[in-house]
Ligand binder design. Structure first.
Ligand code: NAD
Length: 457
């Protein structure tokens, strides 16, 4: 089995490499054609993609359009609009010691890129990296997550129909297949998933000295300061947290607030849950489900013995977990040990800004940090004294919709970045090009013998 897999994968990688070496993927016209075809696929196959996402994650069609399909279309549109400018060689000045000369930075495609996708946004997090790697002129192998099987199967069927099969392939499979695939040599590996698997990918990549981008997760905190108006912020918090039933890498993981602010916030959060998902969220067509039984059991266990202030109910048969908020959680409670990655929001009491920064800084660097305050001084303080992949003031999770912003983590939440021009940077080699006329030969001034010159001085 392993031998068969291994030779099948070797053949796929070799075919992609042949296409790259033949120069297929380099012309900008080819890149733009692939991006346009991918865009067409998303529009023509929108309802098939919505069905697959509903089957995998119970996503509503509107949510699928907004947070998956629409995000990829937006990225592609922005890339098509700016690609020629982004790819233009960047001239840089030369120091006097090298002048006269012309220096520029040329972005060169890397070769064959492996993209490994996760299950929580199985369209967006497979296709935005794919689009970036193609725009940078690479051949690509895409391995979608086996935990979103309907989406994985659909992408495996559609992508060869729309994109150049010689240079783009989808490989389906789980741990065994990915482990085997990772023994192949790639020119870049782009992985989205958890940090444990991120380490496995980094190890495998090190064998070939392959550069990696690791888009990981972590516990993204929210600090709600006393000056924030609970009526104004509740909808944003609830929407950012419970989108995709909390299975979002940049979702708020926990809230820090003083006991008094938490007490004022809770009724507004309850109202917001009812406004967005009705009095019975289980009946709402807009509220998602937990991806599989394993995740459901993990999340249910986190609720064992916990008294929820909002929600708290579960239904194993449909893998439903109500939008749940628990006030007054201790920093050593089970809910504060690992990334929750589900619809449970603990509120941890702190005495104010100083202690909030202390709690955040005592933990691994998160993928995002969100702050609700009217005070610019507090914003500046958090910006200076905390580190996170992204930083949102009064708005969780929406930074990924701004293509001019890099998307990525820092420390335990990942390495590298993408979106917009950052994707081109990630999937390109920045080649230093220096060109110096042979006449006049100014280099004569620095040739040996050095002793003769020193004596002349
Ligand atoms: P995962 O790490 O389990 O799976 C991701 C991919 O890795 C899948 O394609 C899977 O087949 C593969 N994989 C799993 N085990 C493997 C192994 N042992 N060897 C090789 N490949 C393996 O992803 P997940 O845990 O299901 O996703 C959730 C995590 O991903 C969370 O931590 C979340 O925060 C993070 N995440 C991050 C981002 C981001 O953009 N930074 C986005 C989504 C999810």
């Amino acid at each position: 089995m392993t031998d068969l897999l291994s030779s099948a994968f070797a053949t796929r990688v070799a075919a992609a490499r042949d296409a790259f070496r033949a120069g297929t993927t380099k012309p900008i016209t080819w890149r733009l054609r692939q991006l346009t075809a991918l865009r067409r696929m998303l529009l023509e196959q929108g309802s098939a993609l919505e069905d697959a996402l509903a089957s995998d994650l119970g996503k509503s069609p509107t949510e699928s359009q907004m947070s998956e399909i629409g995000v990829v279309v937006g990225e592609i549109d922005n890339t098509i609009r700016h690609l020629r400018r982004w790819l233009r060689p960047k001239r840089v000045s030369v120091p006097l010691s090298v002048a006269p000369a012309a220096a520029r930075v040329v972005r060169e495609p890397l070769g064959v890129v492996l993209v490994i996708g996760p299950w929580n946004y199985p369209v967006q997090l497979a296709l935005v990296p794919l689009a970036g790697a193609l725009a940078a002129g690479n051949a690509v192998l895409l391995k979608p997550s086996e935990l979103a099987p309907a989406t994985s199967a659909l992408l495996a069927r559609l992508i060869p129909e729309y994109l150049d099969r010689s240079a783009v392939a989808v490989i389906e499979g789980g741990v065994d297949e990915t482990t085997e695939l990772l023994t192949e040599k790639f020119d870049h590996i782009f992985f989205t998933g958890n940090a444990r698997v991120g380490r496995i990918v980094a190890h495998a990549a090190a064998e070939h000295l392959t550069p990696v981008t690791l888009e990981l997760g972590g516990k993204s905190p929210v600090y709600v300061h006393d000056d924030a108006d609970p009526a104004e912020i509740a909808d944003r918090l609830v929407f950012g947290k419970f989108l995709n039933a909390g299975q979002t890498c940049v979702a708020p993981d926990y809230v820090l607030a003083t006991p008094e602010t938490a007490r004022r916030l809770l009724p507004h959060l309850q109202d917001a849950v009812s406004r967005l998902y009705g009095d019975d969220p289980q009946a709402s067509p807009d509220y998602g489900r937990i991806v599989n039984d394993r995740q459901f059991s993990r999340l249910s266990a986190l609720l064992d013995g916990v008294r929820a202030d909002i929600g708290g109910t579960t239904d194993k048969a449909t893998r439903y977990i109500a939008p749940t908020i628990v006030d007054g959680v201790g920093t050593d409670a089970p809910l504060m040990q690992e990334e929750i990655f589900g619809p449970i929001l603990p509120i941890v009491h702190v005495s104010g800004v100083d202690q909030a920064i202390e709690v955040i800084s005592a933990r691994e660097k998160p993928l995002a940090l969100y702050l609700f305050t009217e005070s610019r001084a507090i914003v500046r303080r958090f910006l200076r004294d905390t580190s996170s992949g992204a930083f949102g003031v009064s708005i969780p999770a929406a930074h990924l919709l701004v293509p001019g912003l890099p998307f990525g983590g820092v420390g335990e939440s990942g390495m590298g970045r993408y979106h917009g021009e950052f994707s081109i940077d990630t999937f390109s080699h920045h080649k230093a090009v220096l060109s110096k006329p042979t006449r006049p030969d100014t280099l004569k001034l620095i040739y040996p013998p050095f002793t003769a010159r020193r004596e002349a001085l």
